[in-house]
Write a protein that binds this ligand. Structure first.
Ligand code: FE
Length: 213
């Protein structure tokens, strides 16, 4: 089986957010899809290890922020590569409140859902949510996972359903990779010549965390 075939499925890049008591939290997700139109329902797949999973269970409500191609890629670093257990992720990305839920302000759309059902797999919970609010926020194009992977050169966190172990992944020729988030640097300026204050555009970690491939 070649898991790179799964990359041919169309995925987006989303932040799934909710409240942890009075504190906003969330995580990135690729696997979000509309299941029915009347009533409008949306399914999201969230790893058991993600703190957001616990919080959605408790509150019974979640919001989907649809990231656009011009959304700050740093949002993916904050929400995809840190845990909400010990990080206030929304301190770094100030939320906007829509439908009583925290959302990402530079997302291109948001959808707020109440959980109506869930299905457990070995690693993930699939939450089925009835849509209670949704709107377009700007005219940006939604970011597809292929765009994130091929243009931004980002990788899936280990908890993502779309994660592919490194040894099974089809690799492009790049010299420097961020050891935190997997971002591959292949800009026109040779990596060695980048300024010392260069930071990873996805996870904002310093130049020193990059490793030669
Ligand atoms: Fe990074």
């Amino acid at each position: 089986m070649n898991p790179n075939a799964f990359r041919q499925l169309s995925y987006g890049v989303y932040v799934i957010s909710t409240w942890d008591e009075g504190r906003a939290t969330g995580c990135t997700a690729n696997s979000t899809m509309q299941i029915t139109s009347d009533p409008a329902t949306i399914a999201v797949s969230i790893n058991h290890d993600n703190y957001t999973n616990e919080c959605i269970r408790k509150l019974g409500k979640f919001a989907v922020s649809v990231l656009g191609v011009h959304s700050d890629p740093g949002t993916i670093g904050v929400f995809g590569f840190k845990s909400g257990r010990d990080n206030n992720k929304f301190d770094e990305v100030k939320p906007e409140i829509r439908g009583y839920m925290p959302i990402i302000p530079d997302a291109c759309a948001y959808i707020v859902c109440e959980v109506v059902d869930k299905m457990e797999t070995d690693s993930h919970t699939v939450f089925l949510g009835k849509v209670v609010d949704a709107d377009i926020l700007n005219n940006d194009d939604p970011m597809t996972y292929a765009y994130y992977h091929n243009v931004i050169k980002g990788k899936s966190p280990k908890a993502a359903p779309t994660y592919i172990p490194e040894e099974q992944e089809t690799k492009a020729e790049t010299a420097y990779v961020c050891s935190i988030c997997g971002y591959e640097y292949n800009g026109d300026i040779p990596f060695e010549e980048l300024p010392e204050d260069y930071v990873c555009p996805v996870c904002k970690q310093p130049k020193s965390v990059f490793r030669e491939k």
